[in-house]
Design a protein around this ligand. Sequence first.
Ligand code: CO
Ligand code: ZN
Length: 335
Amino acid sequence: MEQLIKKLTEAYGPSGREEQIREVIREEISDLADEIRVDYLGNLIALKKGTASGKKKPIMLAAHMDEIGLMITHIEEKGFLRFTGVGGIAPSRLTGARMILPSGRKGLIYHEPLKDSSKLTLEKMYLDIGVETEEEAREFVTIGDIAVADEPFIVLGNRFLAKALDDRIGCAILILVLQQMEKTSRDLYFVFTSQEEVGLRGARTSAFGIDPGLGLAVDVTMAGDTPEVKKMDVKLGAGAAIKVKDSSLITSPLIRDKMIEIAENEKIPYQLEVLPRGGTDAGGISLTREGVLAGCVSIPCRYVHSPGEMVDRRDVEGAVKLLEKMLQQDLEFPG
Ligand code: CO
Ligand code: ZN
């Protein structure tokens, strides 16, 4: 499991530029699926055929491949790079971060001197790639290139620390489920979605194409277990979280209660998640066509959308088990 998560988190793949991470995932799943295709938005769609293929609507599982990044907007005379966010990025989490450009050139983020550090904005920040002139910078970067965090994956006891655990940990979980999945009656689509961080885009188009009876997303959620952080009843190590609500979805009680029932019957530790702000692919899926039944299994994560995100191995294992048990049950639902 560690090797897989290392490979996935260390791959380059900001929103709209998922080519590299997509190839990493394709390699992992090429022997496991009956069909694999890529659609125009860049979603990687793998089908595991069911015994009743075509007779019942399929189930779609979704985890997004894309990570947040910084798109270069301007190169200064002295070679400093200015940027805009791709996905939701808090400036306070960026100072001192090491980044990598598509060319492989690395650099460090810093900001102009500030009297009041609470006034820090992305406009006041720059990426220093160690050059002295604009001309020199242009050897390594073009306007529109996206830099992402350059951090290695490490294991700290039960915890994993890495960049892009949002949502490569979800991708890892989908791969682990696919590896162990026996035939179900319904077709299962494992979708590694694109452009989630800029508005759940890949999930919408892939769900429209697949037309599932049920959509299940796997993504990270915030944790309320660090000093003085906002109160939230989700913590690392207490089990995968079953989403009740976020800004993109109010989970149908049908799905929420089914997940709870399975977790309790199988003695899989779980938590209930109410996320005040933020959404996932489950929200995108639920709003396609005439509406799709959708749910989400969340992995509690500290420091979401920073260069170092942290999750707990036990929650990851729990999520894999919960999804496996759910899929094996031959779920019945309208449609
Ligand atoms: Co995110
Ligand atoms: Zn995410």
